[in-house]
Design a binder for this molecule. Sequence first.
Ligand SMILES: Nc1nc2c(ncn2[C@@H]2O[C@H](COP(=O)(O)OP(=O)(O)OP(=O)(O)O)[C@@H](O)[C@H]2O)c(=O)[nH]1
Ligand SMILES: [Mg+2]
Ligand SMILES: [Zn+2]
Length: 309
Amino acid sequence: MEQKNGLVIKSTGSRYTVLSDDGTMIICRIRGKIRLKGIKSTNPVSVGDRIVYDDDGSGEGVISEIKERKNYIIRKATNLSKESHIIAANVDQAVLIVTINYPMTSKVFVDRFIAASEAYGIPVTLVFNKTDRYDHQHQQILEEWRNLYESIGYQTLAVSAKKQEDLSEIETLLKDKITVLSGHSGVGKSTLINRVEPTLNLKTAEISAIHQSGKHTTTFAEMHALSFGGFIIDTPGIRGFGLIDIEKEELYHYFKEIFEHAKNCRFNNCSHYSEPGCTVKKAVEDGLIAYSRYESYLSILLDKNDKYR
Ligand SMILES: Nc1nc2c(ncn2[C@@H]2O[C@H](COP(=O)(O)OP(=O)(O)OP(=O)(O)O)[C@@H](O)[C@H]2O)c(=O)[nH]1
Ligand SMILES: [Mg+2]
Ligand SMILES: [Zn+2]
């Protein structure tokens, strides 16, 4: 029996594909119960985890230890569940794929994703996809969204994965980093990965013509090595808002421009909702904070649940 180290690159429930530090690939299962402090999770081991496994030469390894995580992205297992599901661990950055249409992505969704990434300390870039399908009006919305998010300090790119337009910037973004790719079903996550790494040939599917929504084609997160350096994690499309784990009191810290304007509020525990002397509300009135961003902030703040989805 030999103990070895490795990286989890795929998780399909009870079996994990591990890239061993010795360069080989091995399927592993978990020994008994590995409990992690503080997280009630449906998957104790996630894509991106660094692990220790026992190799008895049988061809199947047994994971005995998960190394401490630098960070992780989590979502609720189901809407009502208290349990959560870890999407990916130990990532350098998140890329949110956004489509103005086919399917439609809402600003609230984008803002919730950004807030969650900020809370996890994970840099996020917005990549607008399907520019080849946009009409004049969509193009205008695209410009407006890009200006908004760039002005707050987020990098944005606009590409067409299908027509292979503007993809060199994507390569620059991904090179030598571990990136988790996220977004609604059908926005083109797997298509984009196939374009930057054509040997992968990941499964993709047309969006439903009637509902203009994706078909949840990717069902498990999987990490892929990039030939030009780095790793990319393809993930299943997020339904609804999907992300959790921010305390109400600290929510405004994760809306960068709201945080900036909150310094002079009359009350230092101001929630920036109904308190007098709130300089955040003043900044919204003066057009210094986009109304859509403030609305997103309030929609999370006033969510009925204590923790946010
Ligand atoms: N017109 C156009 N279609 C695209 C583009 N990128 C992807 N698509 C199409 O959008 C559909 C969905 O793409 P997928 O790559 O399967 O989407 P996904 O984000 O991986 O979806 P899930 O795995 O379900 O989360 C496919 O029919 C793609 O061909 C694009 O730039 N332009
Ligand atoms: Mg996919
Ligand atoms: Zn305030």
